[in-house]
Design a protein around this ligand. Structure first.
Ligand SMILES: NC(=O)c1ccc[n+]([C@@H]2O[C@H](COP(=O)([O-])OP(=O)(O)OC[C@H]3O[C@@H](n4cnc5c(N)ncnc54)[C@H](OP(=O)(O)O)[C@@H]3O)[C@@H](O)[C@H]2O)c1
Length: 246
């Protein structure tokens, strides 16, 4: 059954990893999906073609969340094209790992721009046009609550900001019938955190289920939160991390 037939969705950072799995899942549920990418044009184009071969609709737009105004412009373009927006998924995210003393304020700006400020911008653009039944889902990280590794200070700070933001926004948009939720993944096998890296066994060692998640595990939760079936879960932080440090 297609739960998202006739819905229009926008996903940031959909060319690879978790974002790409979300694009595929929402499209398979019947949504018309616009997604953004920055550097991975070939992967974005390949995803659009693969979905088209299945009779599913996706459009890729190059848009850098590190540039002020870019994501709102891309959302406006999608709304102009489809006439509405039902679902916003903020998945794009970056990790800058280095000794704290080596950081610059440029690192701060980059991580906060992509992981936090662009989420604010995207929600602002979306909320001005979304109607009753709208759905906003953001991808945070379990590191917001439990940071077991060094060199993740900025990343953890940025992902912590998203939980307060989600709770606040759910209050602001609840009366309009729009739900706002945050998913906090643990280790998921992507380019950002490969299951075969030298750091992987350490992460598996912290988990109740000592296996990396797959991007589809996160996409499953997004599909539920974005669907009309969910009208009552809002302001929630849902952790999907195999029981990391639980
Ligand atoms: N993998 C994990 O273990 C894990 C765990 C917890 C949370 N997360 C979160 O899950 C989300 C997705 O992570 P992932 O593992 O799938 O990462 P990934 O494999 O590194 O993919 C990142 C995606 O974000 C896009 N992106 C990067 N910088 C961007 C920017 N400035 N503007 C717009 N898009 C940008 C990339 O696009 P291009 O390639 O086109 O540049 C790519 O599509 C992130 O928010 C991440 O923090 C991941």
């Amino acid at each position: 059954m297609q739960n998202l037939k006739d819905k229009v969705a926008f996903v940031t950072g959909g060319s690879r990893g978790i974002g790409a799995a979300i694009v595929k899942r929402l499209a398979a549920e019947g949504a018309k999906v616009t997604f953004t990418y920055v550097n991975s044009k070939d992967q974005a184009d390949a995803l659009v073609s693969a979905l088209a071969q299945e009779g599913l609709t996706a459009v890729a737009i190059q848009s850098d969340n590190n540039r002020e105004g870019a994501v709102s412009h891309a959302i406006d373009q999608a709304i102009e094209h489809y006439g509405k927006l039902d679902i916003l998924v903020n998945s794009a995210g970056v990790y800058v790992g280095k000794a704290f003393e080596e950081h610059t304020t440029g690192d701060y700006d980059y991580v906060m721009n992509v992981n936090v400020k662009s989420v604010f911008e995207a929600c602002l653009a979306a909320s001005r046009k979304m109607e009753h039944g709208g759905r906003i889902v953001t991808i945070g990280s379990c590191m917001a609550d439990r940071t077991a590794v060094p060199q993740a200070t900025l990343y953890a700070a940025s992902k912590s900001a998203l939980s307060g933001f989600t709770r606040g926004l759910s209050r602001d948009l609840g009366p309009k019938g729009i739900t706002v939720n945050l998913i906090q993944p643990g280790p998921v096998d992507t380019d950002m955190n490969p299951a075969a890296s030298e750091f992987a066994d350490f992460q598996r060692g912290m988990m109740s289920i000592p296996q990396y998640g797959r991007p589809e595990h996160i996409a499953d939760a997004v599909a539920f939160l974005a669907s009309p079936v969910n009208g009552y879960t809002t302001g929630s932080v849902i952790t999907i991390d195999g029981g990391t440090l639980s």
